[in-house]
Design a protein around this ligand. Sequence first.
Ligand code: VGL
Ligand code: ZN
Length: 200
Amino acid sequence: MRPATEALVVIDVQIDFCPGGALAVAGGDAIVPGINSLMDEFAAVVLTQDWHPADHLSFASQHAGRAPYDMTEMAYGPQVLWPDHCVQGSQGAGFHPDLRTDADLIIRKGFRREIDSYSAFFENDRTTPTGLHGYLTERGITKITLVGLATDFCVNYSALDGARLGYDVTVIEELTRGIDLDGSLDAARSMMRAANVRLG
Ligand code: VGL
Ligand code: ZN
């Protein structure tokens, strides 16, 4: 068992991000057994859950004439438009049925219509907090290990924000899978390396 100063943060292992889901990530389901085993090593386990209202502005369906994977501008900068996914209370927003959910905390994010939220720590304006930093700080956690979906979006943003907040951050790449839009996977790896995130 690892020390009480370490947490495992499992990002968005939800039905909609797995094969057959609304925003499927190739091989998204293949990481579930490895994540479940890794949970045994950690005294603190946090799950995140992408949790959007049905009219969320990151959905292409909310923008006339726009298609999924187009880019748009939001108040906080550029934003990819996604297929509708992880709608609050829908089946697709649920965790993969085989994922262990006996975690200490579940953080829901992306519930404000106007702001997308990739990171487990901050929404995409990079300032509105999710509350995770407060929780980890109060538990004295200084080191986080990240796994889950998707490598180049929610895992990447969480890793960068974690490093910016001063955590020792490790991403176990083999327990993540990426979307890879226009080279976003390579870009994410370079950004994480530049931020001193350990890629394990
Ligand atoms: C994610 C796109 C939209 C993710 C969430 O979990 O990486 N990607 N919402
Ligand atoms: Zn989302």
